[in-house]
Write a protein that binds this ligand. Structure first.
Ligand code: MRU
Length: 378
């Protein structure tokens, strides 16, 4: 992740095992600041409140949370309890359960006195693996963009929804990794960026693309179909939070509508994700994925910066601050809807496999029907 001229990851442990540093995504894009998490409960809070978010990143963060729990509990009696507590922070992205299951399976076989060190080592390993996995997804996804460019011989216009970039992972991202790699390889790209409600995560994407120098335009969620009808989108590339063994994709709310518009307009639609996002036990995505229902307050209010405050886009805050103490200049909330109307806030939807052209993973680009084979493949 490039912020100014400095390279960051979204999460990194301190050397003394006191805690783990995260980029506080609730302050982006207004300010780039970090938070130091020193306990399992602080990690759980950070995931729940979306200071860290994005399917791959919440998995790795939870693994560090388990390491902190192991350090705090000398009897190590709380391994399963801590894993259950962390797993309950967010229900939809399967990477969270995947990472915790992997950590518990590894730690439970070890003597109690070795578990804390092993938990830290595993969390670090998972963070490094995530970076390598996403770099591989990026290379393969860039191949898809390269092929489109070879056909078109002009700038490839890519529509992406939500944020699938550096800050959704430990580094690189998934769908955005493909865009970064294509841009770095000299393929001319332009990105239509959305997810303007409910979470405004398109703002994170625009911020990242700006840092990396990738041409982009921010649009409201409802603009995608119109742009596709007018030939202004060559491909849609999104991420995923959970994928069924049949290739149905749960992703940020609104993804399904993009896929419908893409099919109606003959625009290819790709989801980019690590194999750890595939829930091989899941047959019925629509029936069996728990779609997170977030607080209606998130849609009653909107957050932003007052017009008189200067944007702090690239600014790195001088020190760390605790949760909720971000001193962002002129940052505030505005109420949109009062209590008189009920508000619902489903956070994800499911795009059925028949609307998906391909699934880009670190192991190759697959037809949705073919992802189940990855369960047994090396
Ligand atoms: O609610 P979030 O922000 O955790 O959801 C993130 C998304 O839906 C992303 O599109 C998806 O996780 C892919 S992240 C590489």
């Amino acid at each position: 992740m490039k912020v100014g001229n400095t390279h960051y990851r979204s999460i990194w442990p301190d050397d003394s095992r006191r805690g783990v540093h995260i980029v506080d995504q609730t302050r982006l894009p207004f300010e780039f600041g970090t938070v130091f998490l020193e306990s399992r409960d602080a990690v759980a809070h950070a995931i729940r409140t979306m200071q860290v978010r994005g399917a791959p990143l919440i998995g790795v963060t939870a693994a560090f949370g388990l390491a902190l729990a192991m350090d705090a509990d000398s009897s190590n009696a709380s391994l399963e309890d801590s894993a259950a507590l962390l797993n309950a922070t967010r229900p939809t992205a399967v990477n969270l359960a995947w990472a915790l299951k992997r950590a518990v399976a590894h730690l439970v076989r070890l003597p109690h006195q070795s578990r804390a060190a092993a938990a830290w080592a595993l969390a670090r390993k998972m963070a490094d693996e995530d970076v390598a996995t996403n770099a591989a997804i990026g290379e393969l996804g860039a191949g898809v963009i390269r092929a489109l460019h070879a056909q078109k011989q002009d700038t490839v216009n890519i529509l992406t929804h939500c944020n699938t970039g550096w800050v959704a992972t430990v580094d690189w991202g998934t769908a955005l990794a493909a865009i970064y790699k294509a841009h770095d390889a000299g393929i001319p790209v332009h990105v239509w960026v959305d997810e303007t409600r409910p979470r405004n995560q398109g703002l994170l994407t625009a911020w990242e693309l700006r840092q990396h120098g990738v041409p982009h335009t921010y649009i409201v969620d409802n603009a995608g179909g119109h742009l596709m009808q007018h030939g202004k989108v060559d491909v849609v590339m999104v991420g995923a939070d959970r994928v069924s063994r049949h290739g149905d994709v749960a992703n940020k709310i609104g993804t399904y509508l993009k896929a419908l518009a893409a099919q109606d307009n003959g625009v290819p639609f790709y989801a980019a994700l690590p194999v750890s996002t595939i829930d091989f036990a899941l047959e019925d995505a629509l029936g069996d994925i728990e779609i997170e229902e977030r607080d209606g307050e998130e849609v009653r209010w909107i957050s932003g910066q007052q017009p008189e405050a200067k944007p702090q886009h690239g600014r790195v805050s001088p020190g760390e601050s605790g949760p909720g103490t971000a001193p962002v200049l002129g940052f505030g909330r505005l109420r949109l809807l009062d209590e008189a109307s009920p508000a619902a806030n489903p956070a994800f939807d499911v795009t059925p496999s028949h609307l998906i052209t391909g699934i880009i993973t670190e192991r190759g680009v697959f037809k949705p029907d073919d992802v189940a084979a990855l369960e047994s493949a090396p």
